[in-house]
Design a protein around this ligand. Sequence first.
Ligand code: SF4
Length: 486
Amino acid sequence: MTRVTTNPFDDDKLHEECGVFGIFGSPDAAALTALGLHALQHRGQEASGIVSFDGERFYPHRAIGLVGDTFGDAETIARLPGAAAIGHNRYATSGETAIRNIQPLYADFAFGGLALGHNGNLTNARDLRRILVEGGALFQSTTDTEVIQHLIANATGPRLLDRIIQALRQIEGAYSLVALSRRKVIGARDPLGVRPLVLGRLQDAWILTSETCALDIIGARYVRDVDPGEIVIIDNAGVHSHKPYPTVRQRPCIFEYIYFARPDSTHGGLNVYETRKRIGAELARESHVPVDAVIPVPDSGVPAALGYANEAGVPFELGLIRNHYVGRTFIEPSDEIRHLGVRLKHNANSAPLAGKDVVLVDDSIVRGTTSRKIVEMVRNAGAVSVHMRISSPPATHSCFYGVNTPSQEELLAHRHDVAGMTKEIGVDSLAFISIDGLYRAMAEPGRNEAAPQYCDACFTGDYPTRLTDKDGGNTQAQLSLLVGPA
Ligand code: SF4
């Protein structure tokens, strides 16, 4: 028997590396945090953790696995008492997840305990880590979140806020943070606002979380997005906003709208589902060919395919069915059937495909391996011609802002032009939405249409921050202490 992974790294998508949640002022803080993390499961399926505070002590629980498996029983939640808690979902960027990397990280500082959870990635974490280690810091994990912890520990100032501001001034890259101290829940978003963070309200409690879908699940009300560069402090006196950094033009991640965020979330004032439909409609305007049916690659291709089909006036059909019950691992009885792997997740539904010319709509092509298998599946189900339309521009560059991306050399769009990719994937035609078309689709009436107003670096190479570690020869997004000093 061969145990193989069907983990998300195999499914040929870019993946968010984390989701965060924090709550202050609820007697059910840990239970609500667990529910919030469950709603954010799509942002990280490798491991999750919660740290609560009951007025006297911090209580941590972290484990590898899905949120429901880790926090689904009443006993675990009962061991996390208190009216304040933060939680974190995580994707690992390497094959093995070390327990010590599971967030929130916790440490005792001179000012007291502090738990920290981070969505994003620092582009100068290795550089900072080297300086910290040379100064005597002892690291226990391989996450860049621990770099932030050490920077806070080394900072000075009468208030925790002063230390956090000092620490964050030194870091480059993308971060949406939640932190829990003895008296406060704290949220911070990087000055460019690359990763999302929203503020919500549930009765007397305040919530900070990555997406509005985590507010919906607990019946909380969306209050507002945390602004880029803003630090939000929540304590018994309410919510305090601090904006200590010079204002710069914000560059939120455009891929949140294309794929990462849940379609029922609202981000930066835009409903993700409606935005994806508009992108699909723009894609149809740019590159439609006459066909009998528009077929989404589920689930992520569905809203764009709906928008595409509506705009093109072509029937929308479910020609691919997704199995939602694929676990993290699967035991294959023999090596011979390993190539069937993609069918664990998708199967062609021959009724709407046989004898038809079809457009397949997907959100992105990363390595192209899954696309090729899906196209083959659709052809085997009887489709006469298969045209693929992609609701993002070609992904030609790696992400260094908290998204799991293969190396640039592995990206299909880096290795081939569209004609080459058409051949590699085996379709009759292939088209991507243009970067201009994407910005047109993102722009609601009255919005500033001038590009760039988002981070679009994986399509353009226009990285909105310095890439200190990469430029210093460290191309890995994640720190790895185990392979030696940077
Ligand atoms: Fe998002 Fe791409 Fe920018 Fe990464 S590089 S933050 S995935 S737009």
